[in-house]
Design a protein around this ligand. Sequence first.
Ligand code: ZN
Length: 210
Amino acid sequence: MASELIQAGAIGCPECDLLGEIPALAPGERARCSRCGFLLAVSYEDPFGRAFSFALSALIMLLVAMAFPFLSITASGISNSMTLLQTVSYLADYGADVIAFLVLVFVILVPAIMLLLILVLSLSLRRHRFHPLLQAPTRWLFHLNAWAMVEVFAIGVIVSLVKLAAMAHVELGLSFWAYLAFSGLFLLAFSSMDRLTVWSVIDRIRRSGT
Ligand SMILES: [Zn+2]
């Protein structure tokens, strides 16, 4: 099943709605919209094996990021360190309930749910199986991506740290680096689940009647 996971067919560009034909793609090839250049499809050698490994590593990094101190701040001789989840509860304590909720949902929960979906789906598709119950979650996976703010958070934290560093001594914890690794691995895992590859393979499994 290594070659041409993506079948030739008509596709609408999600960015500019241009309707076009894409050819069957061999591993390593990618298709872009001829009008706006939007990346329509990428073909990987073993996309689901790749997605599974990245998703599993990302989940492990997320667990590490939750378990250890995220950063510690020392100012005027007073030191305070907090974990990733404590940053959420501190936000709530200081009255920023909405921001605390948004961080919890879009920075931790949504990415974690997406990674679990990627694990289940990639394992299943790699074995050439697709249970009808997976149909809806597969669609959610691609919708949810618009709500994952992993890299936004990572960049936000770095920018805040630069500002904080001028006022206090900031020490980055193990969890900070784990979160950075998690955000990179998360992007790699999701980008391995090429939408067109996923639906092409599902279509093929259905037609072969497994
Ligand atoms: Zn386009």
